[in-house]
Design a protein around this ligand. Structure first.
Ligand SMILES: [Ca+2]
Ligand SMILES: [Ca+2]
Length: 443
């Protein structure tokens, strides 16, 4: 005997293929039907079925039974009359017109589709008058599923109220006509051999998923799929009982509790594991000038940035970023942009601050031959001199904001920095549309 951690029930079912066809089915002898009871007075004073006309949807008469008057006792069986029969096709609708000799007549029509000798009010009643009338005009529809048979259609007329059923009148006055009809309907043509199918039913309750933490922290943009749980085929819900699952890519909300099930061997756990999430705030970018100068051989480590747990990145296109493992090992390149984030305790990593670096003195550029700037540190006036005339000087603070601008057009100039707060600044010096940046300390 096989033992298993998951004992299952095994059930056997059998399947067969069944072919159906349109057929007129059994054309053999008709069963006998009840004679209607309850007529005290039958139809002698005009409560009869005088004319009965049945037409197909093209308006052609199938049965045209005119001027029949009243049959004594109220029951006329015309099933033996080969001129008063119709062939009716499943799925089609037929119109009828019944003339009475008195007003306020109400009619029911049945067909004994299954040919069992009785007219069933659920499956075989095709028409009932909504109100009393003369004539009674309406239609009957043969159900698509009607069984093919040569059988009997009963037309039952009552004065004022509908017949109780196909065998019982509801008032003293009325008349019944029975007609033979051939119904073209569905019939089983043949059935295949039956084959056994083994169905394995997992009757072991599935446990909910597990986790190492029922409270989990995330950064903004995290989805249900980021929550850490252990289970197979897991499904998230917004409550313990609601049936509608949540999408795995739904963004989670701060402070929300989500409920998760797992499905093992087709059975979903009935209990769900609850996980409460918090979404931490994203930190502001670290503080630093977006343009910084550097000297030959400086590394990322030499850039001036303030923030917690700085992380540095390089990128060739500003779209894909590579994190720098050791900033002291990455030597700065002129005009390159480096990116830096901060991650203060309890917060999520900030956006990236881009910093473009400029070599302080480009010894290879003759435009800046003889460039001098002094004193540095400076208290009041910063003197700048160059062999070639200086077109522009722009002073930036560490945040990259422009704080002073001058267009000297001269090879010597003074910049009054007395009103600036103490700290580090950068001076961008432009000569013939070429620039260099130098670091200035204001005392
Ligand atoms: Ca009649
Ligand atoms: Ca029947």
């Amino acid at each position: 005997m096989k033992t298993s951690l998951h004992p299952y029930q095994v059930r056997l079912v059998w399947v067969a293929e069944v072919f159906l066809s349109e057929s007129s089915g059994d054309s053999g002898p008709l069963p006998s039907y009840c004679s209607p009871s309850g007529f005290g007075s039958d139809c002698g004073v005009g409560d009869d079925i005088d004319d009965f006309i049945l037409q197909n949807s093209s308006g052609n008469d199938l049965i045209s039974h005119i001027g029949t008057g009243c049959t004594s006792g109220g029951y006329a069986d015309y099933t033996g009359d080969s001129n008063l029969t119709a062939t009716l096709i499943s799925g089609q609708t037929y119109n009828f017109n019944i003339t009475h000799n008195f007003s306020s007549q109400r009619v029911k029509i049945w067909i004994d589709f299954n040919k069992d000798g009785s007219f069933d009010d659920t499956t075989e009643l095709l028409y009932q008058s909504p109100s009393g009338a003369n004539p009674t005009i309406g239609s009957i529809s043969i159900p698509q599923s009607a069984i093919g048979n040569t059988t009997v259609m009963r037309v039952f007329d009552n004065y004022s109220s509908l017949p109780i059923d196909a065998c019982t009148s509801n008032s003293s006055f009325g008349e019944v006509h029975d007609y033979k009809v051939t119904v073209i309907g569905a019939t089983v043509l043949c059935e295949s051999d039956r084959e056994e199918v083994v169905v394995t039913v997992n009757d072991q309750p599935t446990a909910p998923p597990s986790t190492t933490a029922v409270n989990q922290d995330f950064c903004s943009g995290a989805t249900l799929g980021d929550i850490q749980v252990t289970g197979s085929d897991i499904t998230w819900y917004e409550s313990e009982t609601i049936a509608t699952p949540l999408a795995l890519n739904q963004e989670i909300e701060d402070g929300a509790t989500y409920y998760v099930s797992q499905t093992v061997d087709a059975c979903e756990s009935e209990t769900r594991l609850a996980i409460t999430v918090s979404v931490k705030e994203t930190a502001d970018m670290p503080t630093g000038a977006t343009n910084q100068s550097f000297g030959q051989g400086d590394s990322i480590f030499d850039l001036v940035v303030q923030g917690y747990n700085l992380r540095w990145y390089t990128s060739t296109d500003g779209l894909i970023f590579n994190e720098v493992n050791d900033p002291s090992q990455v030597i700065l390149k002129d005009q390159e942009t480096y990116y830096v984030t901060q991650t203060p305790p309890g917060m999520c990593e900030s956006e990236k601050l881009p910093i473009t670096v400029h070599r302080v003195l480009d010894v290879n550029n003759p435009l800046f031959n003889g460039l001098e700037y002094y004193p540095n540190p400076v208290e009041v006036n910063l003197n700048i001199a160059n062999n070639k005339p200086i077109d522009g000087v722009v002073i930036f603070n560490l945040q990259g904001q422009k704080v002073l601008e001058s267009k000297p057009n001269n090879s010597k100039t003074k910049i009054d920095m007395s009103r600036l707060a103490s700290g580090t600044y950068f001076a961008k010096i432009t000569v013939e549309e070429n620039s260099t940046i130098v670091k200035i300390i204001k005392e």
